[in-house]
Design a binder for this molecule. Structure first.
Ligand SMILES: Cc1ncc(COP(=O)(O)O)c(C=O)c1O
Length: 384
């Protein structure tokens, strides 16, 4: 069911004053999505097909929980509720609170996990085309970065990464995003997980599964299964910014063996000090199966609209397992991006070395319908 915020409050008998009831009654509200009404993009309100956000916005229950937290808990330290969130995240992953370290978005998890394993002889090993935070952390810490060339269709060359690790005398930290960003594809988990389970000497794996909830491919098996088997050479990073639609609230977490969590925790100020509206919203969402299902469904429908149009137009694309699609313009990105911007549509930034490819984040079904119409207009003008 999709309702507007006003309808939600009316249906629940809640006005602004009703927020004073306290969090227990409020978080018990319907798990419906408050889908934003479609409006053609404008300069003031562009269509953001560039940041891999969830265009549905936070669930209605999370909106109520966050608002209630501002009204009733803003003057209180958040550690008790952070404890509850760590427990809820552990339940979500099928582990224990000792396996969890909360962070301000997964950006903090990436930084802390890498920094915790840096040694004077360390190198960071990454695929050439992947999310930039791993490399950024390495650069800030003066850590050598080895980028492994991509295989066919921008696939990750795991064998090449293994060689880069084996050839190095000191510590290797492997930052691996699966599904990968910006390519949107997954690797065969059997190969990745076997490599980690082989415990290559002096190697730590930072596995970023920011988009795992969107995956449909049977090839994907979360590396959390290795954590659950007790492996201490790996951590799995999760975020509330993607399917949970909380990019502006800044919550993420690291899932790992307790000894790894203890080590990584040295690199954050406090993991029990996340802002209380974010904590309450995350608590409302992490158990909200209906919201996750609805987000996944909207994403699949939006992706089908885009895929169909790209196929009709003969524009090559990779098989997306995420909330974005990587497409081949076979021409420089800049003119295309600028022309889309003139239509108030923001598309993905350049991702070298894929300089002729464009990442399109998926919006709502209505957003994608609008976008493919623009794409067809561009084709008629010979712009794509
Ligand atoms: C693979 C990957 N990891 C981490 C992040 C950062 O997420 P957060 O908002 O949790 O810091 C992103 C953001 O786009 C991402 O694509």
């Amino acid at each position: 069911m999709t309702v507007t915020r006003r309808e939600l409050f009316r249906a629940a008998g809640l006005g602004a004053g009703a927020l004073m009831l306290g969090s227990t009654s409020l978080t018990a509200q319907a798990a419906a999505v408050v889908k934003p009404p479609f409006a053609a993009p404008t300069a003031a309100r562009p269509m953001r097909l560039c940041f891999n956000e969830n265009a549905l916005g936070m669930s209605s229950a999370a909106q109520v929980a966050a608002t209630d937290a501002v009204l009733h808990q803003a003057s209180l330290y958040p550690f008790v509720r952070c404890g509850a969130l760590a427990k809820a995240c552990a339940d979500f992953m099928g582990g224990k609170p000792e396996n969890i370290m909360l962070t301000h978005g997964s950006a903090e998890s990436i930084r802390a996990a890498i920094e915790a394993y840096i040694t004077p002889d360390a190198q960071l090993v990454i695929p050439e085309l992947t999310y930039g935070d791993g490399e950024d952390t390495a650069v800030k810490n003066g850590l050598k970065v080895v980028k492994v060339k991509m295989g066919a269709q921008w696939s990750i060359d795991i064998e090449g990464m293994k060689k880069a690790v084996a050839a190095h005398k000191g510590r290797s930290i492997v930052y691996f995003v699966n599904p990968n960003n910006p390519t949107s594809t997954v690797v065969d988990s059997k190969v990745l997980n076997k490599w980690i389970a082989s415990r290559p000497a002096n190697t730590f794996f930072v596995i970023d599964e920011a988009y795992a909830e969107y995956v449909q491919s049977k090839k994907f098996v979360s590396c959390k299964t290795l954590v659950d088997q007790g492996f201490d050479n790996v951590c799995v990073l999760k975020t509330f910014s993607k399917i949970f639609a909380m990019a502006g609230m800044r919550v993420g977490f690291t899932y790992a063996a307790p000894s790894v969590i203890k080590n990584v925790r040295r690199k954050v100020a406090y993991d029990v000090m996340i802002g209380i509206p974010a904590v309450e919203a995350a608590l409302a969402e992490v158990t909200d199966r209906a919201f996750i299902a609805q987000s996944r469904q909207e994403n699949a429908r939006a992706r089908a609209i885009l895929n169909k149009a790209l196929d009709e137009l003969g524009i090559e694309r990779l098989e997306s397992q995420t909330n974005f699609v990587f497409m081949n313009l076979k021409a420089p990105l800049k003119p295309f991006a600028e022309r889309m911007r003139a239509e108030h549509i923001w598309v993905g930034r350049p991702f070298p070395p894929a300089v002729q490819w464009c990442r399109i984040s998926l919006g709502t079904v209505e957003d994608m319908t609008y976008f493919v119409e623009k794409l067809k207009e561009f084709r008629a003008k010979g712009w794509v």
